[in-house]
Design a protein. Sequence first.
Length: 280
Amino acid sequence: MHPSSGRGDRMIIAQISDMHLRDDGILLKQKIDTEVALENAIGHINSWETPPNAILVTGDLVQRTKRQNYANLRKKLDQLRSPYYVIPGNHDNRTLIREHFSDLGYLPESGTFLQYSVDTGPLRLIGLDTMIPGENKGEICGKRCEWLQNILHEKPDQPTLIFMHHPPFKTGVNFLDRHQFQGSELLANIIEQNPQVIRIVCGHLHRQLQVSWAGTIASVSPSIAFQLPMALETDADRGFSLEPPACPVYIWQPDIGLIAHMSLIGDFGGLQPFVSDPIV
Ligand SMILES: [Fe+2]
Ligand SMILES: [Fe+2]
């Protein structure tokens, strides 16, 4: 069975975020081999017995918007055993994403924004484009909101997950909140009117967190390349962290709803047998 067709009413979705891929052999921030990081993430997901029904690739796909980086990314993502869906982050270029991923059939053929819905399983997936070219911060403008409102009105009763690069909410960590998301009230109004949106998943902050927002649950995925610290007591951006990369795994089951797991990527020694503790 093709993974996108769903196994009964159950659906498994993985998210990989913020790969910042560069292909020139130069280590990102002099520390991170982004090619290896992406290969590790792909190998990790491919090692699961059950391939996910969909993999959400939530932006900052490449570090620099060079054609070569996107070609390399495409080659690598094609090794996944599941259909994958890309959306742009602030490091990306819409034209180059179109050039390299349009043939997969889900990106809009015309218009500025790379937003779309995936209607292949019991859980509907909607990708939003929050990019402002040349800027770090994200936005959802009137035009993008109108599109979202229309597409949500098409299926008001179908459970829906929205994926987007920039979180539209605050995190409580000042240095993560320094770039204010534009249009968050507009978006919040739409989400509040559409209770079928059971989850919003984002990237950009390179740190796992969850928040209750606009009547739903919203979250940020860790990066598969590098993390930002949980610096609660400072406004300063003190650097990045080499905490383990990870990918969220969402399981949709109609009798339970949506369950979010986190799968750490790395060699942690494999499964250990349960053995009795020595009696002393
Ligand atoms: Fe990023
Ligand atoms: Fe970003």
